[in-house]
Design a protein around this ligand. Structure first.
Ligand SMILES: Nc1nc2c(ncn2[C@@H]2O[C@H](COP(=O)(O)OP(=O)(O)OP(=O)(O)O)[C@@H](O)[C@H]2O)c(=O)[nH]1
Ligand SMILES: [Mg+2]
Length: 196
């Protein structure tokens, strides 16, 4: 069982990516389960995900990397026992630290082959985020196995290159991929990195 944690600030595109990944892997015949910890106004809830045919668990408000750690452990165990999916996709809130979520996954005694943190940076708000919350953003991206620069369709000239340069200085050796989750740009590359 693979566990993917989608880490990124509020509005960066986590839910949009979650839906894309769920569709893609389901079409490939994989059994996908979803854990969402929504606080966003625009988002999907467990009921909507279930309507779409996914096994989904929605965690109550609160943050899975701190106050809801135990709740998330139980959710993981239930999913592993009852559903035994090929893939679990986890969307923490935009204020969670993904490496803490990963620690909880690892302490849940479920039998995962691999856990992966996908970091999502929003190009539209990249400069503002650095100006206002550079330290938090850096910690949030810190544990990522690779980083997506999302919303490439909205980027101005040079913006992607600037963000990629900043990220590769901070996180040397980390793969950085510009994507548009909305328009599908570069998503094949992301799928390829996830289940090979
Ligand atoms: N133009 C554009 N918009 C995008 C893209 N990806 C996501 N969005 C939009 O950005 C907004 C936020 O996307 P979500 O997927 O809800 O982001 P999120 O990270 O789940 O947000 P929270 O759960 O509230 O933290 C939505 O209006 C999306 O339609 C993209 O690649 N391009
Ligand atoms: Mg969301």
């Amino acid at each position: 069982m693979y566990v993917y944690i989608l880490g990124g600030f509020l509005g960066s595109g986590k839910t949009s990516l979650l839906m894309r990944l769920a569709n893609h892997f389901s079409e490939k015949g994989k059994r996908v389960a979803l854990i969402v910890n929504e606080t966003g106004e625009i988002g999907v809830d467990g009921a909507t995900l279930k309507q779409k045919g996914y096994d989904a668990i929605e965690l109550p408000s609160g943050c899975i990397c701190c106050t809801l750690a135990g709740t998330m452990q139980n959710a993981l165990k239930n999913i592993a026992n009852d559903i035994d999916p090929d893939i679990i996709l986890i969307e923490p809130t935009g204020l969670a630290l993904p490496h803490k979520v990963k620690e909880i996954v690892r302490s849940s005694c479920i039998d995962e082959d691999r856990d992966v943190i996908v970091g999502i940076a929003d190009i539209q708000r990249f400069k503002d985020l650095l100006r206002q919350r550079e330290e938090f953003f850096t910690r949030q991206m810190q544990g990522s196995d690779f980083i997506l620069i999302n919303k490439s369709d909205l980027a101005g000239p040079g913006e992607i290159e600037g963000a990629a340069e900043w990220l590769s200085e901070r996180f040397p050796g980390r793969e950085i991929i510009p994507v548009s989750v909305k328009e599908g740009e570069n998503l094949d590359k992301v799928y390829g990195m996830m289940m090979e």
